[in-house]
Design a protein around this ligand. Structure first.
Ligand code: SAM
Length: 245
């Protein structure tokens, strides 16, 4: 019978592809990809010959119907996104819901995820955390969203595009005030780095820097922000730590 696999793919480092994920992609009847050109490169690299079809934001309905038709034919469908986990700020939730409604097994094949990777190395309280994903692109909406997050005590995880980071950090500082922030840049890639500091320092950094690369934002929750803890003094100076595997 048909089965929908949700397969994690690397967020920058091809070595993060799991052995199981490779097997599932090889054995699947069809790979549904957010961007087939992008996934084709991954498949070429790993010698995967499974046919690809596209399933992205702009063809959720039509693409989804095709995938369901494959499942009804008893086929195995492996869904991937451009990077990391499908469904997490990426397409997938729609087809998962429909597959469940129609009683097909939905099987996660875990692996890389940018937000959780940023969280575990951030040094901020790892749980409870609140995953927000992308804030709205419009300034007014973004500010409203931040207002709603103001009282949250959990560590908050965001995704943000590099060209919007500066503005987003400014809005965060204006609305959320004094708290610690960690910017995880280019995770798993050659120039991976963590910028740890206060929101004010992050804003200052973003003014002087030409912002490039992919970023996750890990932001301290409200409760912790109110604690005065001398052991955490080192956070008051922005530090940037790079590494090479
Ligand atoms: N599905 C993905 C996952 O599981 O992590 C997230 C996809 S979302 C469309 C893309 C955003 O994730 C980027 O804008 C960035 O905020 C974050 N991201 C993806 N790869 C990253 C990386 N290597 N380093 C830092 N952030 C990354």
């Amino acid at each position: 019978t048909g089965c929908l696999y949700l397969v994690a793919t690397p967020i920058g480092n091809l070595e993060d592809m799991s052995v199981r994920a490779l097997r599932i992609l090889k054995e699947a009847d069809i790979i549904a990809a957010e961007d087939t050109r992008n996934t084709k490169k991954l498949c070429n690299y790993f010698d995967i010959a499974t046919p690809l079809i596209s399933y992205h934001e702009h063809n959720l309905a039509v693409g989804g119907e095709k995938l369901l038709a494959f499942l009804r034919e008893g086929k195995t469908v492996a869904l991937v996104s451009d990077a990391g986990l499908p469904c997490i700020s990426d397409p997938g939730a729609d087809i998962v819901e429909k597959a469940i409604e129609q009683n097909f097994p939905v099987v996660p094949v875990p692996g890389p995820n940018a937000a959780i990777s940023a969280l575990i190395a951030s040094g901020l309280t790892p749980q409870p955390f609140f995953f927000y994903g992308f804030l709205n692109r419009g300034k007014k909406e973004r500010r409203q969203q931040l207002e709603q997050l103001k009282k949250r005590q959990e560590t908050i995880l965001f995704y943000e595009a590099p060209h919007r980071l500066k503005e987003t950090l400014k809005d965060m500082e204006a609305i959320l005030g004094h708290r610690r922030i960690v910017l995880a840049r280019e995770l798993t890639k050659k120039f991976e780095e963590f910028l740890r500091g206060t929101l004010a320092e992050a804003v200052e950094w973003s003014q002087t820097e030409e912002i490039r690369g992919e970023f996750c934002i890990v932001l301290e929750g409200n409760e912790n922000a109110e604690e005065e803890n001398s052991e955490e003094a080192y956070w008051m100076t922005m530090s940037i730590i790079e590494h090479v595997d």
